[in-house]
Write a protein that binds this ligand. Structure first.
Ligand SMILES: C[S@@+](CC[C@H](N)C(=O)[O-])C[C@H]1O[C@@H](n2cnc3c(N)ncnc32)[C@H](O)[C@@H]1O
Length: 248
């Protein structure tokens, strides 16, 4: 998947997105937003904000900045804001998650809901999310990951060949994703029906902020290269052992 195919897919989805992907996975959105302490004045970055389905879950005392690469999805988010007056939403920007145009340490947290399996390079997105957040901030990822059940794996693998048209990778692998971030999530919560989706809570640590980030990124880069060398990327690899990380 590349940005052109992402934009094309979401140009198609924009008018029908809320109907298909709205209420059905709202539980995950609500729980993802609840991961942030939301102290008055906090600034949260929402990556791939889409049509803004999560905006109603934030406290009105904070500031939310939403970015997305799809102008059509952003237009829907703008319409939502004008209807619901989400005063906490400061800005909606057309921007690539892999090249954020914000300075280091400029947010009190960042979240990507149902985006990690859509962006062409999830490693770059995660690196950017950590870069723009202050030490101690939560970095939260909510996504569908490939199932451990063989029957579902077969289906996911079959549909994976249509990823560009579907607008996401159905066989997105949790283990490989965690590996390429180079960071250990503090917790992984199953969410939405059947726990088929996972909420990953990371935290920007002090060491990373003090310059260790470069070492972590180098390790993550090496992991990504090793995974890429297997030809699997962040998808595939369902035969691998279950995640090493804690599932709450
Ligand atoms: C499945 S939708 C999720 C939208 C929203 N987060 C939600 O909860 O409904 C994925 C979104 O990620 C956006 N996206 C994909 N790649 C991106 C990138 N590189 N930078 C920013 N946004 C991206 C798409 O345009 C789309 O709006």
């Amino acid at each position: 998947m590349d940005l052109t195919s992402v934009r094309k897919s979401y140009r198609f989805y924009a008018p029908i997105y809320d109907f298909i992907f709205g209420r059905i996975v709202n539980e995950g959105r609500r729980k993802a937003v609840a991961c942030f302490p939301q102290q008055p004045g906090d600034r949260i970055l929402e990556i791939g904000v889409g049509t803004g389905l999560s905006l109603g879950y934030y406290s009105e005392e904070i500031e939310v900045v939403g970015i997305d690469v799809s102008p059509e999805m952003l237009r829907r988010a703008e319409q939502r804001i004008s209807q619901h007056r989400h005063r906490h939403l400061r800005k909606l920007l057309e921007m690539d998650a892999e090249k954020l145009e914000f300075p280091d340490n400029s947010f009190h947290g960042a979240v990507a809901m149902y985006v990690a399996s859509v962006v062409p390079n999830p490693e770059a997105m995660m690196r950017e999310m950590f870069r723009v957040c202050r030490p101690g901030s939560p970095v939260v990822v909510l996504n569908h990951f490939a199932s451990n059940r063989r029957s579902l794996q077969k289906m996911e693998r079959y549909f994976a060949r249509f990823s560009s048209r579907l607008g996401f990778k159905p066989d997105f692998c949790l283990n490989n994703f965690v590996e390429v971030t180079g960071r250990e999530p503090q917790a992984i919560h199953p969410v939405n029906f059947g726990g088929y989706w996972k909420l990953l809570e990371f935290r920007v640590d002090e060491e990373a902020a003090a310059g260790g980030a470069k070492a972590i990124d180098a390790a993550a880069h090496a992991a990504a290269a090793a995974i890429a060398a297997t030809g699997e990327g962040t998808n595939g690899d369902q035969e691998s052992p279950p995640p090493r990380v804690r599932v709450v």
